[in-house]
Design a protein around this ligand. Structure first.
Ligand code: AMP
Length: 216
């Protein structure tokens, strides 16, 4: 199965893709994580993209495409979920071409629908365990007391100015991608508000239905 999770920053793509990994064994390909890794390892790609990420903008399309294509190839074009890719119509067109050339088209793009109010609350209160990457919310899902508080950090791009910029970028550049996939007949929409467990249940229900359709 080949899926993409789509939605604004803070929609819960990272959290829910991990759940799909546990439930269906799908390998998560997160361009955001690959980019953060390149930045922290100070690779030449990391140095090129750092300023875009911290300003809340997008990394140039061709650089992200290369990262994503390499990761998809590593997964032998199957059994993956894309988290945060594609984020522009150009990336979406490239992805469709890349997968269709390998005769491995996407099965669905699942869009998590979340209001701006909820996004701002989630991102400004998000904290990350810098060692494990686990994500918390200050109020609704605080880090457990046994975790060393020095490991709990806020992502630089979750600072208020960056969040504003990321939402603006999302509206201008990423939201049109949803229409692209709707027209391609691949879009499945899910309510992305509520508890992590409730969203997870509807997501799993959708993937189960997709699996059943595949078997017919
Ligand atoms: P994320 O962890 O998915 O929120 O991604 C963090 C940041 O990485 C984004 O705000 C972008 O700067 C960059 N990024 C991740 N995925 C992409 C993509 N598909 N296209 C362009 N930039 C991306």
């Amino acid at each position: 199965m080949r899926l993409a999770l789509f939605g604004p920053p803070g929609a819960g793509k990272g959290t829910q893709s991990l759940l799909l990994n546990q439930r269906f064994g799908l390998n998560v390909i997160s361009t955001g994580n690959l980019i953060r890794k390149a930045i922290s390892e100070e690779t030449s790609l990391g140095r090129k993209v750092e300023s875009h990420v911290h300003a809340g903008g997008l990394v140039p399309d061709d650089l992200v495409r290369d990262l994503a294509n390499e990761a998809i190839t590593e997964q032998q074009f199957d059994c993956f979920i894309l988290d945060g890719y594609p984020r522009t119509t150009r990336q979406a067109v490239w992805l469709m071409e890349f997968l269709s050339a390998a005769k491995s088209p996407l099965d669905a793009v699942i869009s998590l629908k979340v209001s701006d109010e909820v996004i701002i609350d989630r991102l400004s209160n998000r904290r990350i365990n810098s060692e494990t990457g686990e994500s918390y919310h200050v109020t609704y899902h605080p880090p457990p007391p046994e975790v060393d508080s020095r490991l709990i950090v806020q992502r630089k791009d979750d600072a208020p100015e960056s969040v504003k910029a990321r939402l603006a970028t999302y509206r201008c550049e990423t939201q049109p991608v949803e229409m692209f996939f709707r027209q391609a007949g691949l879009l499945v929409e899910i309510d992305g508000e509520g508890s992590v467990q409730d969203i997870g249940r509807s997501l799993i229900g959708s993937v189960d239905r997709l699996n059943t359709m595949h078997m017919l």
